[in-house]
Design a protein around this ligand. Structure first.
Ligand SMILES: Cc1ncc(C[n+]2csc(CCOP(=O)(O)OP(=O)(O)O)c2C)c(N)n1
Ligand SMILES: [Mg+2]
Length: 369
């Protein structure tokens, strides 16, 4: 009997019935209430405290960015509050010899890697002081075009391999970005050429107003790795101990010359797409239910306090230090000179092209210089 189109359709589950955050094969070391599920894989207490401090620091930036935006002291900013474990646990596995390719969502990862706070503020003020790659750091400016960073990261990783180093390239992407062609080309290319790459796919449930279940039929995005013959790991993206341990393993694999890994961090965008977005227009309280209780900072704090690895006093001191560091950095960013129109073409290429030189001369002439 010939199968009809409608009979095939009837056999498939409706897309709405497939939750984006299925928990099959998901690595988790701490439950949402802070209980240890796999003691043998836990990092040592110093590392746990270090990760906690980095998450608090990332969260503080996110919170201050909202206030600065609302008071006209920052441009449009894509918040990542609630996704700190996904960004901190991953980026903390790198050294400054390694490359980081962040998207607009990944300020927390860039800060963790070592991007200075004043420069980060300048970027989100759309100031050229924030565009340049710092001299001594291999972190690219936040990518806005979706997925372009993935092939770039493969190129950087292959260059490191060709030079004979053991340095790796880490690139971030979202669930939406993982439906773009560049994502798939990069994974195939990296697999075929054994590039020392660590691909972080942050599945936060949304691509602006489009839920993950509506933009792909795939329910486990880590399995996208199977198509390219590389390992794919699914990790609880709100458990920083799990993201750190899994990423460390992938980084070590890449350093040993064993090739790329795809890591899907299952998390949630509890915040709007950007500070200028209003998610109440496309999602309800039911959509977001349960995610506040999975807060990654609260989860690790609960665990550290329960284990005696942190006291309330030490916690308060950490917060004070982070606040002071941020305010000093903000004062430094405030003191950057106002950019002039001609600076818009700065930092685009190491050697400006003839067209850029011409544009710069025209802008300088308009400024009367
Ligand atoms: C090439 C390209 N197409 C479309 C856009 C518009 N756009 C900006 S953010 C976004 C959604 C991306 O979603 P996801 O990859 O899940 O990342 P998230 O914002 O959740 O971090 C889109 C489509 C873009 N910036 N670049
Ligand atoms: Mg997303």
């Amino acid at each position: 009997m010939t199968r009809t189109r409608s009979s095939r359709k009837a056999a498939a589950p409706p897309a709405e019935a497939v939750p984006h955050a299925m928990t099959d094969d998901m690595v988790q070391l701490l439950t949402p209430s802070g209980e240890v599920t796999d003691a043998a894989r836990l990092p040592d207490p110093d590392t746990q405290r270090h990760l906690y401090r980095l998450m608090r620091r990332a969260r503080h930036f996110d919170e201050r960015a909202w206030v600065l935006y609302r008071t006209g002291r920052m441009g449009v900013f894509p918040p990542y509050g609630g996704m700190e474990a996904s960004q901190v646990g991953t980026a903390a596995a790198l050294t400054h010899e390694d490359w980081l390719f962040p998207t607009y969502r990944d300020t927390g990862a860039a800060l963790t890697y070592g991007l200075p706070i004043p420069q980060t503020i300048a970027y989100w003020r759309t100031s050229p002081h924030g565009w340049a790659m710092p001299e001594n750091l291999k972190v690219l400016p936040f990518y806005i075009p979706i997925a372009t960073q993935y092939p770039h990261a493969v190129g950087a990783a292959l260059a490191e391999a060709r030079r004979g180093t053991s340095n790796v390239a880490m690139a971030f992407i979202g669930d939406g970005g993982s439906s773009e062609g560049d994502f798939h080309e990069a994974l195939n290319f990296a697999g075929a050429l054994n590039a020392p790459c660590v691909f972080i796919l942050q599945n936060n449930g949304w691509a602006i107003s489009v839920p993950t279940r509506a933009q792909t039929k795939a329910t486990n995005l880590s399995r996208r790795a199977d198509g390219y013959g590389i390992p794919g790991v699914r990790v609880d993206g709100n458990d920083v101990l799990a993201t750190y341990v899994v990423t460390r393993e992938a980084v070590e694999r890449a350093r040993r010359g064993e090739g790329p890994t795809l890591i899907e961090t299952v998390t949630y965008r509890v915040k709007p797409h950007t500070v200028a977005d209003d998610p109440s227009r496309y999602r309800t309280a039911d959509d977001t239910a349960g995610w506040d209780e999975k807060d990654p900072v609260v989860r690790l704090r609960t665990h550290l306090l329960a284990q005696g690895h942190l006291t309330e006093e030490q916690d308060a001191e950490i917060v004070r230090e982070i606040e002071a560091e941020f305010e000093a950095a903000l004062a430094e960013a405030d003191a950057y000179p106002e950019p002039t129109p001609a600076e818009i073409v700065n930092h685009v290429f190491a050697e400006p092209t003839p067209a850029l030189r011409r544009q710069r001369a025209e802008l300088l002439a308009e400024e009367g210089q």
